[in-house]
Design a protein around this ligand. Structure first.
Ligand code: PEP
Ligand code: MG
Length: 577
Protein backbone atom coordinates (compact mmCIF):
# COMPACT_ATOMS: atom_id res chain seq x y z
CA UNK A 1 0.00 0.00 0.00
CA UNK A 2 1.27 3.51 -0.75
CA UNK A 3 2.32 5.82 2.03
CA UNK A 4 2.21 9.61 1.65
CA UNK A 5 4.31 12.04 3.71
CA UNK A 6 4.08 15.82 3.55
CA UNK A 7 6.79 18.45 3.94
CA UNK A 8 7.61 21.87 2.50
CA UNK A 9 8.37 21.80 -1.22
CA UNK A 10 11.45 24.02 -1.64
CA UNK A 11 12.61 23.16 -5.13
CA UNK A 12 10.07 22.17 -7.73
CA UNK A 13 10.34 19.16 -9.98
CA UNK A 14 9.33 15.51 -9.82
CA UNK A 15 11.66 12.58 -9.13
CA UNK A 16 10.84 8.89 -9.32
CA UNK A 17 13.52 6.58 -7.87
CA UNK A 18 14.72 4.30 -5.10
CA UNK A 19 15.06 5.66 -1.55
CA UNK A 20 18.62 6.06 -0.25
CA UNK A 21 18.43 6.73 3.47
CA UNK A 22 21.32 8.37 5.28
CA UNK A 23 21.02 7.66 8.98
CA UNK A 24 22.98 9.91 11.26
CA UNK A 25 21.51 10.42 14.70
CA UNK A 26 23.00 13.05 16.93
CA UNK A 27 26.70 13.13 17.67
CA UNK A 28 27.26 12.06 21.26
CA UNK A 29 30.03 13.97 23.02
CA UNK A 30 31.31 13.11 26.49
CA UNK A 31 33.42 15.26 28.77
CA UNK A 32 36.81 14.05 29.93
CA UNK A 33 39.56 15.67 31.95
CA UNK A 34 42.90 16.22 30.26
CA UNK A 35 46.02 16.09 32.46
CA UNK A 36 47.81 19.42 32.46
CA UNK A 37 50.88 17.90 30.74
CA UNK A 38 48.70 16.90 27.73
CA UNK A 39 46.66 20.07 27.31
CA UNK A 40 48.80 21.46 24.49
CA UNK A 41 48.55 18.08 22.68
CA UNK A 42 44.76 18.34 22.98
CA UNK A 43 44.88 21.86 21.53
CA UNK A 44 47.01 20.53 18.66
CA UNK A 45 44.53 17.66 18.08
CA UNK A 46 41.72 20.23 17.85
CA UNK A 47 43.63 22.49 15.44
CA UNK A 48 44.50 19.46 13.29
CA UNK A 49 40.82 18.59 13.07
CA UNK A 50 40.11 22.13 11.86
CA UNK A 51 42.77 21.72 9.15
CA UNK A 52 41.35 18.35 8.09
CA UNK A 53 37.86 19.92 7.86
CA UNK A 54 39.37 22.67 5.70
CA UNK A 55 41.01 20.11 3.41
CA UNK A 56 37.76 18.13 3.08
CA UNK A 57 35.73 21.23 2.20
CA UNK A 58 38.39 22.54 -0.21
CA UNK A 59 38.46 19.20 -1.95
CA UNK A 60 34.65 19.30 -2.41
CA UNK A 61 34.92 22.86 -3.63
CA UNK A 62 37.67 22.04 -6.13
CA UNK A 63 35.55 19.35 -7.68
CA UNK A 64 32.74 21.77 -8.56
CA UNK A 65 32.75 21.92 -12.36
CA UNK A 66 33.47 25.33 -13.89
CA UNK A 67 30.30 26.98 -15.08
CA UNK A 68 28.31 25.69 -12.08
CA UNK A 69 26.15 28.33 -10.45
CA UNK A 70 28.29 30.59 -8.19
CA UNK A 71 25.89 30.08 -5.22
CA UNK A 72 27.33 26.63 -4.84
CA UNK A 73 30.95 27.55 -4.32
CA UNK A 74 29.87 30.59 -2.28
CA UNK A 75 28.13 28.37 0.27
CA UNK A 76 31.14 26.09 0.61
CA UNK A 77 33.43 29.14 0.85
CA UNK A 78 31.30 30.41 3.72
CA UNK A 79 31.93 27.18 5.61
CA UNK A 80 35.66 27.29 4.83
CA UNK A 81 35.79 30.89 6.12
CA UNK A 82 34.00 29.85 9.30
CA UNK A 83 36.99 27.63 10.03
CA UNK A 84 38.99 30.85 10.53
CA UNK A 85 36.40 32.41 12.80
CA UNK A 86 37.50 33.03 16.38
CA UNK A 87 34.13 31.78 17.67
CA UNK A 88 34.81 28.35 16.24
CA UNK A 89 38.59 28.18 16.61
CA UNK A 90 39.82 30.43 19.39
CA UNK A 91 37.10 30.07 22.01
CA UNK A 92 37.29 26.23 22.18
CA UNK A 93 41.09 26.45 22.40
CA UNK A 94 40.70 28.83 25.38
CA UNK A 95 38.17 26.44 26.92
CA UNK A 96 40.49 23.43 26.56
CA UNK A 97 43.22 25.38 28.35
CA UNK A 98 41.00 26.92 31.02
CA UNK A 99 38.84 23.89 31.83
CA UNK A 100 41.41 21.17 31.04
CA UNK A 101 38.72 19.36 29.03
CA UNK A 102 38.75 17.38 25.79
CA UNK A 103 38.43 19.18 22.45
CA UNK A 104 35.03 17.62 21.64
CA UNK A 105 33.58 18.93 24.90
CA UNK A 106 35.04 22.42 24.42
CA UNK A 107 33.59 22.55 20.91
CA UNK A 108 30.20 21.28 22.07
CA UNK A 109 29.97 24.02 24.73
CA UNK A 110 30.79 26.67 22.16
CA UNK A 111 28.27 25.21 19.71
CA UNK A 112 25.51 25.32 22.34
CA UNK A 113 26.34 28.93 23.23
CA UNK A 114 26.32 30.11 19.59
CA UNK A 115 23.15 28.21 18.72
CA UNK A 116 21.35 29.77 21.68
CA UNK A 117 22.11 33.25 20.35
CA UNK A 118 20.77 32.30 16.90
CA UNK A 119 17.64 30.73 18.40
CA UNK A 120 16.71 34.05 19.99
CA UNK A 121 16.72 35.87 16.67
CA UNK A 122 13.36 36.71 15.14
CA UNK A 123 14.61 36.84 11.62
CA UNK A 124 13.85 33.48 9.89
CA UNK A 125 16.83 33.89 7.53
CA UNK A 126 19.23 34.27 10.45
CA UNK A 127 17.68 31.42 12.35
CA UNK A 128 18.51 29.18 9.42
CA UNK A 129 22.13 30.40 9.54
CA UNK A 130 22.27 28.41 12.75
CA UNK A 131 22.42 25.42 10.41
CA UNK A 132 25.76 26.65 9.07
CA UNK A 133 27.23 26.62 12.56
CA UNK A 134 25.93 23.09 13.10
CA UNK A 135 27.19 21.82 9.76
CA UNK A 136 30.72 23.10 10.32
CA UNK A 137 30.89 22.02 13.96
CA UNK A 138 29.49 18.54 13.21
CA UNK A 139 32.14 18.06 10.55
CA UNK A 140 34.88 18.93 13.06
CA UNK A 141 33.28 16.69 15.71
CA UNK A 142 33.19 13.72 13.32
CA UNK A 143 36.87 14.24 12.56
CA UNK A 144 37.71 14.44 16.27
CA UNK A 145 35.66 11.34 16.99
CA UNK A 146 37.06 9.57 13.89
CA UNK A 147 33.46 8.80 12.98
CA UNK A 148 32.20 8.50 9.44
CA UNK A 149 28.66 7.63 10.52
CA UNK A 150 26.12 9.10 8.13
CA UNK A 151 28.74 10.79 6.00
CA UNK A 152 28.14 11.06 2.29
CA UNK A 153 31.39 9.88 0.71
CA UNK A 154 32.46 11.11 -2.66
CA UNK A 155 32.82 7.53 -3.96
CA UNK A 156 29.16 6.60 -3.21
CA UNK A 157 26.97 6.38 -6.28
CA UNK A 158 23.53 7.83 -5.76
CA UNK A 159 22.55 7.66 -9.43
CA UNK A 160 18.79 8.23 -9.74
CA UNK A 161 18.20 7.86 -5.97
CA UNK A 162 15.92 9.97 -3.83
CA UNK A 163 18.08 10.77 -0.80
CA UNK A 164 16.25 10.87 2.53
CA UNK A 165 17.97 12.18 5.65
CA UNK A 166 17.64 14.40 8.71
CA UNK A 167 19.36 17.51 7.35
CA UNK A 168 21.97 18.37 4.70
CA UNK A 169 24.94 20.68 4.65
CA UNK A 170 25.58 22.74 1.49
CA UNK A 171 28.70 20.60 0.88
CA UNK A 172 26.58 17.45 1.04
CA UNK A 173 24.02 18.97 -1.30
CA UNK A 174 26.85 19.48 -3.80
CA UNK A 175 27.95 15.86 -3.39
CA UNK A 176 24.38 14.61 -3.90
CA UNK A 177 24.20 16.53 -7.12
CA UNK A 178 27.58 15.21 -8.29
CA UNK A 179 26.71 11.67 -7.46
CA UNK A 180 23.58 11.76 -9.56
CA UNK A 181 20.85 11.87 -6.89
CA UNK A 182 17.55 12.75 -8.50
CA UNK A 183 16.09 14.57 -5.47
CA UNK A 184 16.28 14.84 -1.71
CA UNK A 185 14.00 15.19 1.28
CA UNK A 186 15.00 16.09 4.82
CA UNK A 187 13.21 15.81 8.16
CA UNK A 188 14.33 19.28 9.22
CA UNK A 189 15.32 22.60 7.65
CA UNK A 190 13.29 25.43 6.20
CA UNK A 191 12.79 27.02 2.79
CA UNK A 192 15.52 29.58 3.54
CA UNK A 193 18.18 27.01 4.45
CA UNK A 194 21.24 26.97 2.23
CA UNK A 195 20.54 23.47 1.01
CA UNK A 196 17.06 24.59 -0.06
CA UNK A 197 18.53 27.61 -1.87
CA UNK A 198 21.16 25.38 -3.49
CA UNK A 199 18.57 22.83 -4.55
CA UNK A 200 16.67 25.58 -6.36
CA UNK A 201 19.88 26.86 -7.96
CA UNK A 202 20.82 23.47 -9.37
CA UNK A 203 17.20 22.53 -10.01
CA UNK A 204 17.29 19.45 -7.82
CA UNK A 205 13.71 18.65 -6.66
CA UNK A 206 13.62 18.89 -2.86
CA UNK A 207 11.41 18.81 0.21
CA UNK A 208 12.34 19.89 3.73
CA UNK A 209 10.52 19.41 7.03
CA UNK A 210 9.12 15.99 6.05
CA UNK A 211 8.83 14.77 9.64
CA UNK A 212 8.89 11.02 10.16
CA UNK A 213 10.54 10.11 6.87
CA UNK A 214 13.37 8.20 8.56
CA UNK A 215 10.86 6.30 10.68
CA UNK A 216 8.40 5.31 7.95
CA UNK A 217 10.54 4.93 4.84
CA UNK A 218 13.19 2.31 4.11
CA UNK A 219 16.27 1.99 1.94
CA UNK A 220 15.29 0.76 -1.51
CA UNK A 221 11.60 1.78 -1.28
CA UNK A 222 10.15 3.04 -4.55
CA UNK A 223 9.63 6.77 -4.04
CA UNK A 224 7.96 9.63 -5.85
CA UNK A 225 9.00 13.11 -4.71
CA UNK A 226 7.00 16.14 -5.79
CA UNK A 227 9.09 19.21 -4.93
CA UNK A 228 6.33 21.65 -5.76
CA UNK A 229 3.56 20.13 -3.63
CA UNK A 230 5.98 18.94 -0.95
CA UNK A 231 4.76 15.32 -1.20
CA UNK A 232 6.67 12.04 -0.84
CA UNK A 233 4.88 8.86 -1.92
CA UNK A 234 6.38 5.48 -1.00
CA UNK A 235 5.46 2.30 -2.91
CA UNK A 236 3.13 4.03 -5.34
CA UNK A 237 0.90 1.88 -7.53
CA UNK A 238 1.40 1.79 -11.31
CA UNK A 239 -1.42 4.27 -11.87
CA UNK A 240 0.23 6.84 -9.59
CA UNK A 241 3.62 6.26 -11.25
CA UNK A 242 2.08 6.82 -14.69
CA UNK A 243 0.42 10.03 -13.49
CA UNK A 244 3.71 11.40 -12.12
CA UNK A 245 5.67 10.31 -15.22
CA UNK A 246 3.27 12.39 -17.27
CA UNK A 247 3.69 15.35 -14.90
CA UNK A 248 7.46 14.95 -15.00
CA UNK A 249 7.42 15.19 -18.78
CA UNK A 250 5.29 18.35 -18.55
CA UNK A 251 7.65 19.79 -15.94
CA UNK A 252 10.69 19.11 -18.17
CA UNK A 253 8.95 20.89 -21.04
CA UNK A 254 8.12 23.79 -18.75
CA UNK A 255 11.75 24.13 -17.60
CA UNK A 256 12.97 24.14 -21.20
CA UNK A 257 10.41 26.79 -22.06
CA UNK A 258 11.40 29.00 -19.10
CA UNK A 259 15.10 28.74 -20.03
CA UNK A 260 14.22 29.81 -23.57
CA UNK A 261 12.11 32.70 -22.22
CA UNK A 262 15.12 34.19 -20.40
CA UNK A 263 16.47 35.12 -23.84
CA UNK A 264 13.42 37.05 -25.00
CA UNK A 265 11.71 40.24 -23.79
CA UNK A 266 8.36 40.43 -22.01
CA UNK A 267 5.91 41.57 -24.67
CA UNK A 268 2.21 40.76 -24.77
CA UNK A 269 0.56 39.24 -27.85
CA UNK A 270 -0.73 42.69 -28.78
CA UNK A 271 2.74 44.24 -28.44
CA UNK A 272 2.67 45.87 -25.02
CA UNK A 273 6.23 45.86 -23.68
CA UNK A 274 6.21 45.08 -19.96
CA UNK A 275 9.12 45.85 -17.61
CA UNK A 276 10.04 42.92 -15.41
CA UNK A 277 12.37 43.93 -12.63
CA UNK A 278 14.03 42.24 -9.67
CA UNK A 279 13.72 42.75 -5.90
CA UNK A 280 16.98 42.47 -3.97
CA UNK A 281 17.98 42.71 -0.36
CA UNK A 282 21.78 42.65 -0.39
CA UNK A 283 24.36 43.62 -3.02
CA UNK A 284 25.24 39.94 -3.52
CA UNK A 285 21.66 39.17 -4.65
CA UNK A 286 22.35 40.78 -8.00
CA UNK A 287 24.18 37.75 -9.37
CA UNK A 288 20.94 36.25 -10.65
CA UNK A 289 20.03 39.44 -12.45
CA UNK A 290 22.06 38.89 -15.59
CA UNK A 291 21.08 35.24 -15.73
CA UNK A 292 17.37 36.06 -15.62
CA UNK A 293 17.79 38.94 -18.04
CA UNK A 294 15.60 41.49 -16.23
CA UNK A 295 15.11 45.21 -16.83
CA UNK A 296 16.86 46.26 -13.61
CA UNK A 297 16.14 46.42 -9.88
CA UNK A 298 12.63 47.57 -8.96
CA UNK A 299 13.18 47.32 -5.20
CA UNK A 300 16.42 47.31 -3.25
CA UNK A 301 15.48 46.75 0.41
CA UNK A 302 18.36 48.71 1.97
CA UNK A 303 17.42 47.99 5.59
CA UNK A 304 19.19 44.63 5.24
CA UNK A 305 22.49 46.52 5.15
CA UNK A 306 21.70 47.68 8.69
CA UNK A 307 20.81 44.31 10.17
CA UNK A 308 22.89 41.98 12.36
CA UNK A 309 25.53 44.48 13.26
CA UNK A 310 26.08 46.58 16.34
CA UNK A 311 26.40 49.93 14.52
CA UNK A 312 24.88 51.52 11.44
CA UNK A 313 26.76 51.66 8.13
CA UNK A 314 27.89 55.25 7.55
CA UNK A 315 27.36 57.30 4.39
CA UNK A 316 30.58 56.03 2.83
CA UNK A 317 29.78 52.37 3.39
CA UNK A 318 26.26 52.79 2.01
CA UNK A 319 27.60 54.67 -0.99
CA UNK A 320 30.00 51.80 -1.75
CA UNK A 321 27.26 49.18 -1.39
CA UNK A 322 25.04 51.06 -3.83
CA UNK A 323 27.78 51.68 -6.39
CA UNK A 324 28.73 48.00 -6.21
CA UNK A 325 25.19 47.15 -7.40
CA UNK A 326 25.21 49.91 -10.04
CA UNK A 327 28.47 48.59 -11.50
CA UNK A 328 26.99 45.14 -12.07
CA UNK A 329 23.77 46.54 -13.53
CA UNK A 330 25.53 47.90 -16.60
CA UNK A 331 23.20 50.83 -17.20
CA UNK A 332 19.99 49.16 -16.05
CA UNK A 333 18.07 51.18 -13.44
CA UNK A 334 18.47 50.64 -9.71
CA UNK A 335 15.52 51.58 -7.48
CA UNK A 336 16.88 52.17 -3.99
CA UNK A 337 14.24 52.20 -1.32
CA UNK A 338 15.12 54.32 1.69
CA UNK A 339 15.17 52.57 5.04
CA UNK A 340 12.08 50.58 5.89
CA UNK A 341 13.12 49.71 9.42
CA UNK A 342 10.54 48.64 11.96
CA UNK A 343 7.73 46.10 12.36
CA UNK A 344 8.98 42.82 10.87
CA UNK A 345 12.33 44.34 9.87
CA UNK A 346 14.08 45.35 13.07
CA UNK A 347 17.70 46.40 13.43
CA UNK A 348 19.87 46.26 16.53
CA UNK A 349 19.68 49.87 17.69
CA UNK A 350 16.05 50.67 16.94
CA UNK A 351 14.45 51.06 20.31
CA UNK A 352 11.23 52.46 18.86
CA UNK A 353 9.20 49.27 18.71
CA UNK A 354 6.05 50.44 20.52
CA UNK A 355 3.19 48.11 21.33
CA UNK A 356 1.99 47.87 17.75
CA UNK A 357 5.10 48.15 15.58
CA UNK A 358 3.38 47.76 12.19
CA UNK A 359 1.41 50.92 12.97
CA UNK A 360 4.23 52.63 14.81
CA UNK A 361 7.35 54.61 14.13
CA UNK A 362 8.59 52.64 11.14
CA UNK A 363 9.97 53.31 7.65
CA UNK A 364 9.72 56.93 6.54
CA UNK A 365 8.20 57.97 9.87
CA UNK A 366 11.30 56.81 11.70
CA UNK A 367 13.61 58.41 9.12
CA UNK A 368 11.85 61.76 9.39
CA UNK A 369 12.18 61.65 13.15
CA UNK A 370 15.85 60.63 13.10
CA UNK A 371 17.72 62.69 10.52
CA UNK A 372 21.02 61.20 11.67
CA UNK A 373 19.70 57.92 10.24
CA UNK A 374 18.07 59.32 7.12
CA UNK A 375 20.34 62.09 5.84
CA UNK A 376 23.51 59.96 5.41
CA UNK A 377 21.42 57.53 3.37
CA UNK A 378 19.98 60.30 1.18
CA UNK A 379 23.50 61.59 0.54
CA UNK A 380 24.78 58.08 -0.22
CA UNK A 381 21.95 57.45 -2.70
CA UNK A 382 22.45 60.83 -4.38
CA UNK A 383 26.19 60.28 -4.69
CA UNK A 384 25.60 56.79 -6.10
CA UNK A 385 23.32 58.32 -8.74
CA UNK A 386 26.42 59.82 -10.38
CA UNK A 387 27.46 56.26 -11.36
CA UNK A 388 24.35 55.11 -13.20
CA UNK A 389 20.55 55.36 -13.39
CA UNK A 390 19.26 55.42 -9.81
CA UNK A 391 15.69 55.90 -8.62
CA UNK A 392 15.07 56.88 -5.01
CA UNK A 393 11.93 55.34 -3.50
CA UNK A 394 10.21 56.32 -0.24
CA UNK A 395 8.42 53.57 1.71
CA UNK A 396 5.15 53.77 3.62
CA UNK A 397 4.09 57.29 2.78
CA UNK A 398 0.77 57.97 4.45
CA UNK A 399 0.28 61.71 4.07
CA UNK A 400 1.45 64.56 1.91
CA UNK A 401 3.30 66.33 4.73
CA UNK A 402 5.72 63.42 4.90
CA UNK A 403 6.23 63.64 1.16
CA UNK A 404 7.08 67.36 1.28
CA UNK A 405 9.42 66.86 4.22
CA UNK A 406 11.31 64.20 2.27
CA UNK A 407 11.44 66.33 -0.87
CA UNK A 408 12.84 69.22 1.20
CA UNK A 409 15.52 66.99 2.73
CA UNK A 410 16.49 65.73 -0.72
CA UNK A 411 16.78 69.31 -1.96
CA UNK A 412 18.95 70.23 1.03
CA UNK A 413 21.16 67.16 0.53
CA UNK A 414 21.63 68.10 -3.14
CA UNK A 415 22.61 71.66 -2.19
CA UNK A 416 25.11 70.39 0.35
CA UNK A 417 26.67 67.97 -2.15
CA UNK A 418 26.95 70.75 -4.69
CA UNK A 419 28.74 72.95 -2.17
CA UNK A 420 31.10 70.07 -1.38
CA UNK A 421 31.63 69.49 -5.11
CA UNK A 422 30.49 65.88 -4.85
CA UNK A 423 28.86 64.46 -8.00
CA UNK A 424 25.22 63.35 -8.18
CA UNK A 425 22.45 63.17 -10.75
CA UNK A 426 20.48 66.44 -10.34
CA UNK A 427 17.50 64.84 -12.11
CA UNK A 428 17.39 61.68 -10.00
CA UNK A 429 13.89 60.17 -10.14
CA UNK A 430 12.07 60.20 -6.80
CA UNK A 431 9.16 57.82 -6.29
CA UNK A 432 6.91 56.68 -3.50
CA UNK A 433 5.64 53.32 -2.36
CA UNK A 434 1.93 53.05 -2.04
CA UNK A 435 1.38 50.61 0.80
CA UNK A 436 -1.03 52.41 3.10
CA UNK A 437 -4.71 52.62 2.04
CA UNK A 438 -4.73 56.39 2.70
CA UNK A 439 -1.89 56.83 0.19
CA UNK A 440 -3.69 54.68 -2.38
CA UNK A 441 -6.82 56.81 -2.04
CA UNK A 442 -4.74 60.00 -2.42
CA UNK A 443 -2.53 58.48 -5.11
CA UNK A 444 -3.45 61.26 -7.54
CA UNK A 445 -1.88 63.80 -5.22
CA UNK A 446 1.28 61.76 -4.68
CA UNK A 447 1.50 61.18 -8.44
CA UNK A 448 1.54 64.93 -9.11
CA UNK A 449 4.63 65.40 -6.92
CA UNK A 450 6.61 62.25 -7.69
CA UNK A 451 8.33 60.72 -10.72
CA UNK A 452 6.93 57.20 -10.19
CA UNK A 453 4.82 55.10 -7.83
CA UNK A 454 5.32 51.51 -6.74
CA UNK A 455 2.56 49.48 -5.09
CA UNK A 456 3.75 47.51 -2.07
CA UNK A 457 0.99 44.95 -1.89
CA UNK A 458 2.48 43.10 1.09
CA UNK A 459 1.76 46.04 3.34
CA UNK A 460 -1.17 47.42 1.37
CA UNK A 461 -3.04 44.16 1.97
CA UNK A 462 -1.98 44.06 5.62
CA UNK A 463 -3.24 47.56 6.30
CA UNK A 464 -6.38 47.36 4.17
CA UNK A 465 -7.58 44.12 5.70
CA UNK A 466 -6.18 44.79 9.21
CA UNK A 467 -4.19 41.56 9.32
CA UNK A 468 -0.67 41.25 10.67
CA UNK A 469 1.29 39.85 7.72
CA UNK A 470 3.60 37.84 9.97
CA UNK A 471 0.96 36.35 12.25
CA UNK A 472 0.15 32.86 10.96
CA UNK A 473 -3.10 32.79 12.95
CA UNK A 474 -4.60 35.28 10.51
CA UNK A 475 -2.86 34.34 7.27
CA UNK A 476 -6.13 32.79 6.12
CA UNK A 477 -7.50 36.35 5.88
CA UNK A 478 -4.58 37.62 3.80
CA UNK A 479 -6.31 37.96 0.46
CA UNK A 480 -4.79 39.83 -2.50
CA UNK A 481 -8.10 39.39 -4.33
CA UNK A 482 -10.26 41.08 -1.70
CA UNK A 483 -12.43 43.52 -3.71
CA UNK A 484 -11.18 46.48 -1.64
CA UNK A 485 -7.53 45.60 -2.32
CA UNK A 486 -8.24 45.38 -6.05
CA UNK A 487 -10.04 48.73 -6.02
CA UNK A 488 -7.08 50.39 -4.31
CA UNK A 489 -4.59 48.90 -6.77
CA UNK A 490 -6.70 50.10 -9.67
CA UNK A 491 -6.92 53.61 -8.18
CA UNK A 492 -3.13 53.82 -7.97
CA UNK A 493 -2.58 52.58 -11.53
CA UNK A 494 -5.18 55.05 -12.86
CA UNK A 495 -3.71 57.93 -10.83
CA UNK A 496 -0.27 57.25 -12.30
CA UNK A 497 -1.68 57.15 -15.83
CA UNK A 498 -3.57 60.40 -15.35
CA UNK A 499 -0.40 62.11 -14.10
CA UNK A 500 1.72 60.57 -16.86
CA UNK A 501 4.11 58.76 -14.50
CA UNK A 502 4.98 55.04 -14.38
CA UNK A 503 3.40 52.79 -11.78
CA UNK A 504 5.10 49.58 -10.70
CA UNK A 505 4.19 46.84 -8.27
CA UNK A 506 6.91 45.36 -6.05
CA UNK A 507 4.97 43.35 -3.47
CA UNK A 508 4.75 39.55 -3.68
CA UNK A 509 1.58 39.78 -5.75
CA UNK A 510 3.65 41.04 -8.69
CA UNK A 511 5.63 37.78 -8.77
CA UNK A 512 2.64 35.46 -8.50
CA UNK A 513 1.79 34.32 -12.03
CA UNK A 514 -1.82 33.63 -10.99
CA UNK A 515 -2.37 37.39 -10.81
CA UNK A 516 -0.38 38.47 -13.87
CA UNK A 517 -3.34 38.66 -16.25
CA UNK A 518 -5.47 40.45 -13.68
CA UNK A 519 -2.75 43.09 -13.25
CA UNK A 520 -2.13 43.40 -16.99
CA UNK A 521 -5.84 43.95 -17.49
CA UNK A 522 -5.75 46.68 -14.81
CA UNK A 523 -3.07 48.45 -16.84
CA UNK A 524 0.06 47.59 -14.84
CA UNK A 525 3.19 47.79 -16.98
CA UNK A 526 6.03 47.34 -14.47
CA UNK A 527 6.38 44.31 -12.19
CA UNK A 528 9.19 43.79 -9.69
CA UNK A 529 9.71 40.43 -7.98
CA UNK A 530 12.12 37.82 -6.71
CA UNK A 531 14.27 36.72 -9.64
CA UNK A 532 13.00 33.12 -9.52
CA UNK A 533 9.49 34.26 -10.50
CA UNK A 534 10.45 36.29 -13.56
CA UNK A 535 10.28 33.75 -16.37
CA UNK A 536 6.99 32.28 -15.16
CA UNK A 537 5.41 35.75 -15.10
CA UNK A 538 6.91 36.45 -18.52
CA UNK A 539 5.43 33.24 -19.87
CA UNK A 540 1.97 34.49 -18.89
CA UNK A 541 2.58 38.00 -20.28
CA UNK A 542 3.82 36.69 -23.61
CA UNK A 543 0.70 34.56 -24.01
CA UNK A 544 -1.77 37.35 -23.12
CA UNK A 545 -3.47 40.15 -24.98
CA UNK A 546 -3.81 43.30 -22.87
CA UNK A 547 -6.53 44.60 -25.20
CA UNK A 548 -8.61 41.48 -24.60
CA UNK A 549 -7.92 41.43 -20.87
CA UNK A 550 -8.78 45.08 -20.13
CA UNK A 551 -12.60 44.91 -20.56
CA UNK A 552 -12.78 41.55 -18.80
CA UNK A 553 -10.86 42.89 -15.81
CA UNK A 554 -12.94 46.08 -15.75
CA UNK A 555 -16.04 43.89 -15.45
CA UNK A 556 -14.33 41.72 -12.82
CA UNK A 557 -13.64 44.78 -10.68
CA UNK A 558 -17.38 45.39 -10.37
CA UNK A 559 -17.82 42.06 -8.56
CA UNK A 560 -18.11 42.37 -4.79
CA UNK A 561 -18.02 38.65 -4.01
CA UNK A 562 -14.55 37.21 -3.35
CA UNK A 563 -15.42 33.68 -4.55
CA UNK A 564 -16.77 34.96 -7.85
CA UNK A 565 -13.62 37.04 -8.31
CA UNK A 566 -11.54 33.88 -7.86
CA UNK A 567 -13.69 32.06 -10.46
CA UNK A 568 -13.31 34.93 -12.91
CA UNK A 569 -9.53 34.97 -12.48
CA UNK A 570 -9.37 31.24 -13.06
CA UNK A 571 -11.34 31.75 -16.21
CA UNK A 572 -8.96 34.57 -17.30
CA UNK A 573 -6.01 32.28 -16.66
CA UNK A 574 -7.41 29.26 -18.45
CA UNK A 575 -8.50 31.14 -21.56
CA UNK A 576 -5.92 32.51 -23.98
CA UNK A 577 -3.48 29.68 -23.18
C1 PEP B 1 5.46 45.60 0.27
O1 PEP B 1 5.03 46.00 1.37
O2 PEP B 1 4.74 45.10 -0.62
C2 PEP B 1 6.91 45.70 -0.03
C3 PEP B 1 7.38 45.39 -1.21
O3 PEP B 1 7.72 46.06 0.99
P1 PEP B 1 8.21 45.07 2.15
O4 PEP B 1 7.75 43.68 1.80
O5 PEP B 1 9.68 45.20 2.19
O6 PEP B 1 7.52 45.63 3.34
MG1 MG C 1 6.27 47.23 2.64
Amino acid sequence: MSLVLHGIGVSRGIAIGKAHIIVRGSIEVLESVIPSSLIEDEVARFLNAIETARLQLSSIRNRIPTGTHPDISAFIDTHILMLDDATIVKTPVDTIREQACNAEWALKQQRDAVVEVFEQMDDPYLRTRRDDVDHVINRIQRILLSSSQGEIRSEDSLQGCVVLTDNLTPAETVLLEHQGASAFATEYGGPLSHSAILARSVQLPAIVGAHGLQRYLHDGDDIILDGMQGILIADPGQEIIDHYRERKTQETQRQAELARLAQIPAVSLDNHAIRLMTNIELPEDIEALNRENTSGIGLYRTEFLFMNRPSRPDEEEQYHSYTQVIDVLNGKPLTIRTLDIGADKEVEDNGNRGSNPALGLRAIRLCLKDHSLFCPQLRAILRASAHGPVRLMIPMLSNTRELHQVLTLIREAKNALQREELAFDPNIQVGGMIEVPAAAISAAYFARHLDFLSIGTNDLIQYTLAIDRVNDEVTYLYDPLHPSVLQLIKMVIDAGKAAGIPVAMCGEMAGDARYTRLLLGMGLTEFSMHHTAIQEVKRVINSSSVTELAPRVTALLQIDNAERIVDEIESLNSSMN
